[in-house]
Design a protein around this ligand. Structure first.
Ligand SMILES: Nc1nc2c(ncn2[C@@H]2O[C@H](COP(=O)(O)OP(=O)(O)OP(=O)(O)O)[C@@H](O)[C@H]2O)c(=O)[nH]1
Ligand SMILES: [Mg+2]
Length: 468
C-alpha cells in the first residue's frame, strides 16, 4: 500500500516547515516552484527529514505533533537521535504524547527513513544516533533495478538522498549501494545540456523529454547548479518548470544537490545518474547553467555535450572566450521563432567560429574526434517544439558514430579516471585542512607568507611535511 510521508524542510530563512503527502517527489517540486504557501517566499528549501506512515491519519497526527516541537527536538529528529527526542519530550510533554506521535513505520525502523544533515559540517554538529541507522542496501538496490513503478520511484529518491548525505555511515552505505548498482548502469545515453540562464534549457528538455517518451524511451533529468554551492539554494531547482514531464511516469526529474563544492555537487549528480541508469532510464539528461565551471563538470560526465545559444552574436563570443565552445559536440540556437534572420546569421557565425576553433583552438579539449565529427549548429524553437526531431537525428548520428568507433567507451573511461583523480584531489585537500598539526601551524605560516618573511613555496613544503 502507498505510504504517507511526513517531512521536514529547512527553509532559506532558517525556519523548519513540516508537511505530509503521499507523493513526496511531486510535493518537493511544488515547494521548489510554487508561488504560494509558506515556502513560496522562503526558497530554496531542503528536505532534511522524512518518515513514512501506513495511513493519512497517522501522518497527520505526527505532523501536528512536530509542528508543536521545539527547534532542539526537531534537530534531534533530523539527526536521527531518537533518544534525545525522547529526553526532550520527557522534560516537556510527557511520554504519552510522544508514543502517539511515533510514525507507524519509520522512526523506530531504521530502513524506513533516511535522515539527512542540512549542511555538510566539519565536526558533528548534531549528535550521532546511538545505534547507527542501516537501511537495507540490498533491498534498495533490488527495488531500483527491478521494482514495480512506484516502489522503484521511491527507492530512487531514497538512494539519491542517501548518496547526498554527508554522514560517514551513510557514505559507507552509499558506496555499497553504488557498487551493487554499477553492473546495471551504463546502458543509457548521457546527454549534457548547457546555456546561459533563460536560453530555454528547461523548455527544451520538456519538449525533448516528451518526444523521447513518445518514442518509447524513459527519461531522467538531473541538474548541476553551481549557484547552489554558494547560496545553498538552487537557481535551476527554483525554475524547474517541466510541468508535463515532471508528472510523467516514464520521467524522473531531480534538482541539483544544494550543498557542497561544485565538485561535490557534480559528484552527487554523477552518482544519481548511475542510480537512474540502473532503474532503466535509457536517456539521462544533465542540465547546467552556463556560468562558472559547471559546463566542464557536466561535459566530463556525459556522452554528448550540447551548448544552447541565443540568436545574438554577443553570447557566442563570450562562450568562445570561456572555452566552452570547445567542449560542445553540438550547438543549438534556440528561440529561432523570435527572429529567424538573426538565428540564421548566428548559425553562420557560430559555424565559422567552430571551424576556426578546429584549426586554431584546442580540439584536444573536445571529447569527440575532430577528424570524424565536426560539431553541428542547428536552430530550433523549444517553445513551439520545432526542430526537436532534427535535434534528435543529430544526437543519434553522433551516438552511432561514437559507439561504432569506440570513442564513446574511451570517453567514459577517461571520464571515470579523471573523476577518480578529481575526487582524490578534493579528498586530500579536505584531509590536509583538518589535519591537527597542519591546522595548528596554518595561521602562523599564512601570516608569515603575507608579511613577506616566508616564501610561499617554502611554506607549502613545510605544511606538507607536517601532513606527512
Ligand atoms: N520565443 C521563445 N521563447 C522561449 C523559447 N524557449 C524558451 N523560451 C522562453 O524563455 C524563458 C526561459 O526559458 P527556460 O526554459 O526557463 O530557460 P532556462 O535556460 O531553463 O533558464 P534557467 O533555468 O534560468 O537557466 C521562458 O519564458 C520560456 O518560455 C523559444 O524557443 N522561443
Ligand atoms: Mg531551467
Amino acid at each position: 500500500m502507498k505510504p504517507f510521508h511526513v517531512y521536514l524542510l529547512l527553509c532559506r530563512d532558517g525556519t523548519y516547515y513540516a508537511g505530509h503527502t503521499d507523493e513526496l517527489d511531486a510535493r518537493m517540486l511544488q515547494h521548489q516552484t510554487s508561488d504560494t504557501g509558506y515556502t513560496a517566499t522562503r526558497k530554496p528549501v531542503q528536505l532534511v527529514w522524512q518518515g513514512e506512515f501506513e495511513s493519512r491519519e497517522g501522518a497527520l497526527a505526527f505532523e501536528q505533533q512536530i509542528k508543536g516541537w521545539s527547534r532542539a527536538k526537531m534537530e534531534a529528529l533530523i539527526a536521527g537521535d531518537w533518544e534525545r527526542v525522547q529526553t526532550l519530550a520527557r522534560s516537556k510533554q510527557g511520554l504519552d504524547g510522544l508514543r502517539q506521535a511515533q510514525p507507524e513505520r519509520g522512526i523506530a525502523q531504521a530502513e524506513r527513513k533516511i535522515p539527512v544533515r542540512p549542511e555538510p559540517v566539519e565536526g558533528p554538529a548534531h549528535p550521532e544516533p546511538t545505534t547507527p541507522v542501516r537501511p537495507p542496501v540490498e533491498g534498495l538496490a533490488h527495488q531500483i533495478v527491478s521494482g514495480a513503478a512506484m516502489p522503484q520511484r521511491r527507492a530512487i529518491a531514497k538512494a539519491i538522498t542517501l548518496l547526498e548525505s554527508t554522514r560517514a555511515d551513510h557514505r559507507a552505505q552509499g558506496d555499497e549501494l553504488l557498487t551493487a548498482l554499477l553492473p546495471h548502469s551504463g546502458h543509457a545515453f548521457r546527454l549534457g545540456i548547457s546555456g546561459v540562464p533563460g536560453v530555454g534549457k528547461s523548455t527544451f528538455i520538456e519538449a525533448l523529454g516528451l518526444y523521447l517518451i513518445d518514442k518509447g524511451h524513459r527519461v531522467a533529468v538531473l541538474t548541476v547548479d553551481p549557484s547552489s554551492t554558494v547560496s545553498g539554494g538552487s537557481i535551476l531547482g527554483d525554475k524547474t518548470r517541466m510541468e508535463k514531464l515532471s508528472v510523467h511516469e516514464q520521467a524522473y526529474i531531480r534538482p541539483s544537490p544544494s550543498s557542497g563544492t561544485l565538485g561535490g555537487v557534480a559528484e552527487k549528480t554523477r552518482e544519481a545518474m548511475l542510480v537512474c541508469e540502473a532503474a532503466s532510464y535509457d536517456i539521462v539528461i544533465v542540465e547546467t547553467v552556463g556560468v562558472g565551471q559547471s559546463e566542464t563538470a557536466v561535459s566530463g560526465m556525459t556522452d554528448m555535450f550540447v551548448l544552447m545559444q541565443l540568436p545574438n552574436a554577443g553570447d557566442d563570443l563570450q562562450a568562445i572566450k570561456k572555452g566552452v565552445m570547445e567542449l560542445a559536440d553540438l550547438v543549438v540556437i534556440n528561440k529561432a521563432d523570435i527572429d529567424p534572420d538573426a538565428a540564421t546569421r548566428a548559425r553562420a557565425q557560430i559555424t565559422s567560429s567552430l571551424r576556426l576553433l578546429g584549426l586554431q583552438g584546442h580540439p584536444e579539449h573536445a571529447h569527440h574526434n575532430d577528424a570524424v565529427w565536426h560539431p553541428q549548429v542547428i536552430q530550433l524553437s523549444a517553445l513551439l517544439g520545432r526542430g526537436v526531431d532534427a535535434f534528435w537525428a543529430e544526437v543519434s548520428r553522433f551516438r552511432t558514430l561514437q559507439t561504432g568507433n569506440g570513442q564513446l567507451n574511451t570517453r567514459r573511461q577517461q571520464q571515470a579516471r579523471a573523476w577518480m583523480w578529481e575526487r582524490i584531489d578534493a579528498g586530500l585537500k579536505q584531509r590536509f585542512r583538518v589535519h591537527p598539526q597542519v591546522r595548528a601551524a596554518l595561521d602562523d605560516t599564512t601570516q608569515r607568507v603575507l608579511a613577506g618573511t616566508l616564501p610561499a613555496s617554502t611554506a607549502a613544503r613545510q605544511l606538507l611535511d607536517l601532513f606527512d
